[in-house]
Ligand binder design. Sequence first.
Ligand SMILES: [Zn+2]
Ligand SMILES: [Zn+2]
Length: 202
Amino acid sequence: MFPNEFRCSSCQTTFRAPFREAYYYLGSVAMGQQVEDSQLLEIPLRPAWCKDCACLCAAEDILPLRDFENAYGAARAGKEIDYPLHSAFMDSEQVVSEVGHYLRWRMARRHAPRVLCCGGTNFQYLDVAQPLIKHAECDFGFIEGETLHIGPYCGPGPGVLSAANIRLYDSEGGLLGQLTWRRKETNGWDTEKLSYLTPTED
Ligand SMILES: [Zn+2]
Ligand SMILES: [Zn+2]
């Protein structure tokens, strides 16, 4: 669960993550060219506070390999899973195939989870029972999550009427670019190159 908004418990200042959805790109074309849906894997995300950027942002949520193996076993047995994807309402063959992609990705992944604003690791997850981040400008405030209830969206989907600008990362969490326009006829997306403002050393 990724709250829409976080709020300081004392001064009521609100914080929003710049995005709550991002993908790994597992293919090899350069950004600027079209990518296919089959090469995208949604990144499991948790809200976090980046201590280097002093901002709220999504961070990768990467559980141990064993959790991926268990999820794969459960998916093959037709059981519902919640990580690395929510399988409710999905076709069971598709779940097995996607969890297989996640498992292969997890086996190869080396870098510790990153916060996706700058790619750093100096961050704190915010979806925990006790709020841990003090609002820096405030004597008593802590930053807490709040979920707003927004009705279901029934438009034509992202990337049709305006560029979707959904970020793409490589399998180690490095920023590659973003998905811009949907290309339905090829089950793909146009892309644009992006990179972290300050390169982080590995
Ligand atoms: Zn405050
Ligand atoms: Zn950052």
